[in-house]
Write a protein that binds this ligand. Structure first.
Ligand SMILES: Nc1ncnc2c1ncn2[C@@H]1O[C@H](COP(=O)(O)OP(=O)(O)O)[C@@H](O)[C@H]1O
Ligand SMILES: [Mg+2]
Length: 302
């Protein structure tokens, strides 16, 4: 599949994957593809950062390679490792067979058969369908040394394995980095990328997303759910619900055959949108009723 040739085309191709992409996000995505620059998406959890990488890969017919970041992630887990157990077995076997060609054995042991390719190396490999989409997810969970390492890998699209030499990507992968901003990511890395802050969607866009992801929800319920979640986000909560929570909640309500919100239904299902007991306690009871009354007043036809 060809790279889309306009912002409209990007939005349309993502829409075909049930991904609702606003103009601003469509623009940076288009530019990232056109200029071959990594796309850095920062925003609250559950706002569709990871999902756009999946949708883009599916839209372009490219392979999606995901590097999930975590504290302590090092180059070995990100790029490659030698298959140590298999090497040991090969050595033992060679010893048992009295195979004495040490040079040959050594070359074999540090050759492709014993190499375990991790996401960054996989992303450098040629692919018949075109360069893959490399998703470097939740970069804010790693540490600065790993960021520095990534910066280098992303500026050259090349990794070096001492025993094998440099491996250069024939065509750079389409790179999407995400951060939930639990800490600031270093300027140098951001500067390499096109940056976009992914905000919570407004009412209309969230309705659109819900319609794309839970089409079985009727309009009345969808509007109530979205309006309620949007109001919740303005409350003083430890963790605000993301779009993922809106969708989950709607699906829970559908499973319970709920057609319209009530304080009781909200109290029973609050765990689908709030994941901290303190937040649940704050909202349960009187607060839920107050918010629901506001929602009803706003949604009522004028
Ligand atoms: N713009 C969107 N279009 C369609 N679905 C979306 C959109 N934004 C969020 N979602 C839904 O919300 C879920 C969570 O989004 P995700 O990408 O995992 O969030 P995060 O920003 O934390 O990576 C997705 O699985 C998807 O169902
Ligand atoms: Mg994510």
């Amino acid at each position: 599949m060809q790279i889309p040739d306009s912002i409209d085309a990007v939005q349309a191709q993502l829409a075909a994957q049930d991904y609702v992409c606003g103009r601003a996000l469509g623009t940076v995505t288009f530019l990232a593809l056109k200029l071959g620059r990594p796309l850095f998406l920062e925003g609250e959890a559950g706002t569709g950062k990871t999902e756009i990488a999946k949708a883009l890969a599916a839209a372009l017919g490219r392979r999606l390679i995901r590097l999930q970041c975590y504290e302590g992630l090092d180059a070995a887990s990100a790029v490659y490792e030698w298959n140590f157990p298999a090497q040991m077995i090969a050595i033992r076997t060679a010893e048992a067979e009295g195979n004495a060609d040490r040079d040959l054995l050594q070359r074999e042991l540090f050759g492709p058969d014993y190499l375990i390719e991790r996401p960054l190396l996989q992303a450098m490999r040629p692919d018949q369908h075109g360069a893959p989409v490399l998703l470097i997810d939740e970069i804010d969970r790693t540490d600065e040394p790993f960021e520095a390492f990534l910066l280098e890998a992303l500026s050259e699209y090349q990794v070096t394995i001492p025993e094998l030499g440099p491996i250069v990507a024939p065509e750079p992968p389409i790179v999407i980095l995400t951060s939930n901003r639990t800490r600031e990511v270093h300027d140098a890395l951001k500067r390499r990328c096109l940056y976009h802050w992914v905000d919570y969607p407004d009412f209309d866009r969230e309705i659109e997303i819900l319609h794309a992801r839970a089409p079985e929800a009727a309009a009345t319920l969808s509007r109530e759910v979205v309006a309620f979640v949007q109001k919740l986000r303005t409350e003083d909560l430890f963790k605000k619900p993301g779009v993922a929570e809106t969708i989950d909640w709607a699906k829970c309500l559908l499973a319970l055959d709920v057609v319209s919100l009530s304080p009781q239904v909200i109290a029973d299902t609050l765990g689908a949108i709030l994941k901290y007991q303190d937040d649940i306690q704050r909202i349960q009871g009187g607060e839920a009723k107050r918010i629901l009354d506001e929602v009803r007043a706003e949604l009522a036809p004028a």
